[in-house]
Design a protein around this ligand. Structure first.
Ligand SMILES: O=C(O)CCC(=O)C(=O)O
Ligand SMILES: [Fe+2]
Length: 515
């Protein structure tokens, strides 16, 4: 599934709302502080006046006391009144601030914890740069990548604690160390205690459970004895790719217990930009112009890059123009901050599902109709509403990711639309590509794609047995920097099956490779 964190639309709104709130706070701060001072002085003047006097003394006709009372009120009340009048003029600011929780959803500690976990995962997947962290900058993959927001000792500490809790033990120790290096003298003893405890947990888990499971990661050596251990891969795990894994690991225990971890480790390597395949496989991949046999596209063929031949995965460049992408993003934007309500989720309900904001979209807009026509010509498949599920726009949030999965419904889940059927092909178009991270990766193929705005990835999910092609399992890597917005189209099986040649071999892939 997807991890829970804030969408960029929410965060963008929060930046603007926060700016506004602070402007209102600035407007009230001075008058409120002045009123406080004036009232304090007035009360002190009164207390001095009545010091030693009892209420029954107030009737005594002491001229000095009468003089002081007159002077106290005459001089003091002018100031009190001035200050009160100024408060009256800022009452609308106070009203605005007081009604903020009714107007906008405010982040709470759960949101902070979720963001901490997202940052810890980023640090884990993309390898933490501890030097940069010590200087307060986060996770520099590419130091030239622009502005890096520095984190305070307290912020580093809170991320470190969440990281430890969530099983990113190595990352947790690194964050607490960074926090310590930026701590004030007052903070230092507490941080030292936490760091000692975290190192103890880290080393204990490493000793008992080893460096890696589905629920934890440690460094390859203990911190306690060596002191300066950091992220090292150790002995490179052997890669398990293609159908070979099935031959070698046919037993159910491996599939159940080892497969998820092998998959996760390979996903992470692919996320870091590795290609896990040998050269004799990658050297067969080509780039070319393709028309899909369409006379219409002969005038302007698409640039197509092969990512993998088996299963057949390609990238089609410039499927969507920049203008079209901008139009689509603008169109869905207002829907991308509405909270996900599973109960009322008919197919057109906007949704925020974990780190995604999702919006299902029918193809009635001019932009999507144009995109659909191009795909139809290139792929030779029917794509209208009766032949495929609605377009789905997803906007990844802070550290947003989508763990390894298959797109098909499979034998246990009936496809929602019987006239559309199983998801024969996936067309995943990047409307906006992240600047770092966020690749789409295929752990059992050993390949990944960085994503280019306007380009679409196309792959075929089914075998002729109608079973899912396991090798098409894929994941969306956590987004490191920038924003990732994609639109998915799932091509239905039912409207297309007559177009494809039959195969007696049940393991053959069902596809229409448009040579
Ligand atoms: O966004 C990606 O890279 C993958 C999205 C995906 O797998 C899906 O929509 O099913
Ligand atoms: Fe998918």
């Amino acid at each position: 599934g997807h991890a829970q964190h804030a969408s960029w639309t929410q965060l963008e709104e929060l930046w603007h709302a926060e700016y506004k709130a602070v402007e209102h706070i600035k407007a009230v701060m001075q008058p409120v502080a002045e009123l406080g001072d004036v009232l304090k002085t007035y009360v002190e003047s009164w207390e001095a006046l009545v010091d030693g006097l009892e209420p029954h003394d107030w009737g005594s006709e002491d001229p000095a006391a009468g003089f002081s009372l007159l002077r106290h009120v005459a001089e003091g009340w002018t100031r009190v009144d001035d200050a009160l009048q100024r408060i009256k003029s800022i009452l609308h600011n106070i009203e605005f601030l007081a009604s903020r929780p009714d107007r906008e959803p405010l982040p709470n500690t759960d949101d902070v914890a979720a963001a901490s976990e997202a940052v810890a995962r980023l640090a884990h997947v993309y390898r933490l740069n501890t030097t940069a962290l010590g200087e307060g900058g986060l996770l520099v993959l590419d130091p030239m990548a622009g502005y890096h927001h520095p984190l305070s000792a307290n912020e580093l500490m809170s991320i470190g604690l969440v990281a430890v809790k969530k099983g990113f033990l190595d990352v947790g120790v690194q964050f607490l160390r960074a926090a310590k290096s930026r701590a004030s003298i007052v903070q230092l003893p507490r941080l030292e205690n936490m760091l000692t405890a975290a190192v103890k947990v880290h080393d204990h888990v490493l000793e008992v459970n080893g460096p890696r499971s589905l629920v934890h990661v440690t460094a390859t050596a203990p911190y306690g004895s060596l002191g300066e251990t950091s992220h090292t891969e150790g002995v490179k795990a052997s890669v398990v790719l293609g159908v070979d894994y099935l031959k070698r690991h046919t037993n159910a225990t491996w599939m159940l217990e080892r497969r998820p971890l092998v998959e996760q480790v390979q996903v992470e390597r692919l996320c870091r930009g590795e290609d896990l395949r040998p050269p004799h496989v990658t050297s067969r991949l080509r780039c070319r112009y393709a028309t899909g046999g369409s006379p219409w596209l002969a005038l302007a063929p698409f640039k197509v890059e092969q990512v993998s031949l088996d299963p057949y995965i390609t990238v089609v460049y410039e499927l969507v123009s920049r203008g079209e992408a901008d139009q689509l993003k603008k169109r869905v934007k207002s829907h991308l901050h509405i909270p996900y309500t599973p109960s009322g989720s008919d197919s057109l309900t906007p949704a925020v599902e974990g780190s995604w904001s999702l919006k299902q979209y029918e193809a009635e807009t001019a932009v999507l109709m144009g995109v659909g026509r191009r795909m139809r010509h290139l792929l030779g498949v029917t794509l209208d509403n009766t032949a495929s599920e609605p377009y789905m726009v997803a906007d990844y949030g802070l550290g947003g990711e989508y763990s390894a999965h298959r797109d098909t419904h499979g034998p246990t889940r009936t496809p929602p639309h019987t006239h559309i059927g199983e998801r024969l092909a996936t067309v995943l178009t990047y409307l906006q590509a992240p600047t770092q991270g966020g690749r789409t990766v295929f752990p059992w193929v050993g390949a990944g794609v960085g994503g280019t705005a306007g380009a679409a990835m196309v792959w075929w999910n089914l075998l002729s047995s109608h079973e899912h092609d396991f090798l098409t399992r894929h994941a969306a890597c956590p987004v490191m920097r920038g924003r990732k917005t994609v639109v998915t189209k799932w091509v239905g099986y039912v409207p297309q099956w007559r177009k494809m040649s039959c195969s007696a071999d049940p393991s053959r892939k069902v596809m229409l490779p448009w040579h």
